[in-house]
Ligand binder design. Structure first.
Ligand SMILES: [Zn+2]
Length: 402
């Protein structure tokens, strides 16, 4: 394997700027490996690519994007190549969920036979018309490269058909930027990897803190269930936003503020008696308790079920009870409405009034109807929510107030 230019390792220490004292060697190694991948995606340095790709039957992009190393064992017989590809596979999903425009379907299918130097990639082969990606007409393709035969046009077409289904990445993503620059590449990649690693740890610590608060381990499937199903219940972004904020514990607390500003009191804004931790503010506080008991009573009446006073149900939408699908959906929407109202007057000493909550429910109900109509007009209708129980309850409330 050819020797790569290496960057000065000291750069990534970055001491004065609050950076890391010592580099994470595993991440540094991965960043160096991705340097290699950068050449494989760019397909420009032919000498190097020929050297590194010796005895490969297909083009680099076949392995990088089309997963051909599973069929074409030769790739992994080279231990450095194989190690690098593994690292790329690990980060690929983070970098792209659509087909990158740097992919050259031609290079992927027949590099070894041709020995070309210029491989047209999707960016060159495709053109966007009326918001849709199309292949350029054959004539134009031949202007890009005269050697393109009808057979190759057909090959591109075949790839295009499948790749179009996942779509093409049009943003100037991190990896695109990496291919466009020649400066401090390892440092840039390394910093990105560190950023991702830190995110991962933070995520974990939020989950751990919820476990501590609730007093049991919320299983991975329970968290995932919310991501996979419940957040799809509505297109309304404020519902999703609320849940994400809850899961990641984003709401600012007196405790956090008190840590930043020494002269601030750390006590709860509602009861003013106890230190305002995240969990206290949402659940432990006597005023929060009053609020959630009221909400629970109302929801039990609306849905005609019994629900335990478990924080995970009211704060995170996680239920162990097997509920009928429609009720499960309503429970999620009604509790989210309650949280949105509570967060709105987060810093005030009072708790939300019932009317506020009912109004928010009305909003969500309208939005839910809209979500249904939208899905129907797109020819992909979702099951319509049955709001009868809620409507009955709301009407009863209106009668009472008259
Ligand atoms: Zn309190």
């Amino acid at each position: 394997m050819a020797k790569k230019e290496t960057e000065n390792k000291a750069e990534i220490y970055d001491p004065g700027k609050g950076g890391l004292a010592t580099p994470d060697l595993k991440l540094y190694f991965e960043a160096s490996a991705l340097m290699w991948v950068r050449d494989w995606t760019k397909l420009k340095n032919n000498k190097l690519l020929n050297l590194e790709g010796i005895n490969l039957r297909l083009g680099w992009h076949a392995y990088l994007w089309y997963g051909k190393s599973k069929i074409e064992k030769e790739f992994n017989n080279h231990f450095i190549r194989s190690a690098i590809l593994k690292i790329w596979e690990k980060y690929k999903k983070k970098l792209y969920d659509k087909t990158p425009l740097w992919v050259s379907p031609l290079e992927a299918s027949q590099r070894r036979l041709l020995g070309w130097h210029n491989w047209p990639n999707y960016k060159e082969l495709l053109v966007k018309q009326n918001g849709e990606w199309e292949m350029r007409p054959q004539q134009e393709l031949r202007e890009i490269n005269k050697k393109i035969s009808w057979y190759q046009v057909w090959q591109v077409k075949e790839h295009f058909k499948t790749d179009k289904q996942v779509g093409f990445e049009e943003q100037n993503t991190f990896w695109e930027k990496i291919t466009q620059t020649d400066r401090k590449i390892i440092t840039k990649i390394y910093k990105k990897l560190v950023e991702w690693e830190t995110e991962k740890e933070e995520e974990k610590s939020h989950m751990t803190r919820w476990n501590e608060n609730i007093g049991r381990k919320i299983r991975k499937e329970e968290w995932e269930g919310i991501w996979r199903e419940k957040l799809k219940y509505s297109y309304a972004t404020d519902l999703k936003e609320n849940w994400i904020k809850m899961a990641y514990r984003w709401h600012m607390t007196p405790q956090k503020l008190g840590k930043c500003y020494k002269n601030l009191k750390k006590n709860c804004w509602k009861c003013e008696k106890v230190e305002g931790t995240y969990y206290h503010m949402w659940w432990g506080c006597e005023k929060a308790k009053i609020y959630w008991k009221k909400i629970r009573g109302d929801i039990e009446k609306i849905l005609e079920i019994k629900l335990p006073m478990k924080p995970e149900i009211w704060l995170l939408g996680i239920t162990e009870q097997k509920l009928e699908k429609n009720k499960d959906k309503l429970l999620f929407l009604l509790t989210t409405a309650a949280r949105i109202c509570y967060a709105r007057i987060w810093k005030n000493p009072e708790i939300p009034k019932e009317e506020e909550w009912l109004k928010k429910i009305q909003d969500i109900k309208n939005m839910d109807r809209l979500t249904f109509l939208l899905s129907k007009s797109k020819g992909n209708p979702i099951k319509e929510t049955n709001w009868d129980n809620v409507t009955k309850y709301l009407e009863g409330k209106i009668k009472q107030s008259k």
